[in-house]
Design a protein. Structure first.
Length: 232
């Protein structure tokens, strides 16, 4: 058995019988292209009980490595840390340079990061764009709370990108498209206010909370610039 696959004993939550599952601790889609679709459609996480055929999606840590597009995404369910420094992991990939390394806390964010990097986009700029557009969507929906949102479309030819948001307690989906100029402006802000973040080693979490912090830095700088002009 490859060293990136381990056998785990699983007690079926439906019938209580003991079963087994092959768990991938990591996947390299450049070496094994077939694993990409199995990750994205959830097949790699699917498990069924041999006794009662109960089916479930397993939730466990997995490292996704795409050497061709030069990114790694580490799914660690419910992780609340901003930065992860795994000495063993860092030493293993110490010879790699200019690799985007991210951690995500849930499956949907995990898939979104893969889509973003495969599309050749800057995920920091995408997160900031997503946050800015979510505020517009909230206003359109009468101030409804936007619980979360994901990049769901990117088309360079039509100069558009789209996000699917989930609003209110019922989490109703709402799709909003935007011109890539907004993304371009977000990238300019990132290049100015996320210099330290881009230099960090290890895996980092780039999400809504991170984008809110960058937006705060940007607005504070704009406010200071305005005050300085008034003093002149």
């Amino acid at each position: 058995m490859p060293d990136n696959i381990v056998n785990k004993a699983i007690v079926c939550p439906m019938c209580g019988e003991l079963g087994k599952a092959e768990i991938y601790t990591s996947v390299n889609t450049t070496v094994n292209k077939a694993l990409r679709s199995k990750v994205l459609d959830g097949e790699l996480f699917s498990w069924h009980c041999p006794s009662c055929n109960y089916r479930a999606r397993l939730n466990y840590p997995i490292l996704y490595n795409d050497m061709k597009n030069r990114f790694m995404v580490y799914l660690i369910p419910k992780i609340d840390r901003y930065q992860l420094c795994d000495k063993e992991l860092e030493e293993k990939y110490s010879n790699l340079r200019n690799i985007s390394k991210r951690i995500t806390a849930d499956f949907n964010s995990f898939k979104e990061k893969i889509f973003i990097f495969e599309s050749g986009l800057d995920d920091m700029a995408v997160e900031l764009t997503k946050l800015a557009i979510s505020q517009t969507v909230s206003k359109k929906l009468g101030g409804a709370e936007i619980t979360d949102g994901y990049l769901s479309m990117y088309d360079r030819e039509t100069n558009t990108m789209g996000f699917t948001y989930f609003a209110g307690e019922e989490r109703k989906p709402y799709v909003q498209t935007a011109r890539l100029e907004i993304y371009g402006k977000s990238k300019d802000i990132i290049d100015r206010f996320a210099i330290k973040d881009k230099k960090l080693k290890g895996f980092i979490k780039i999400d809504k909370e991170w984008a809110e912090n960058i937006l705060y830095r940007y607005k504070r700088a704009k406010h200071i610039e305005k005050l300085n002009k008034l003093k002149e």
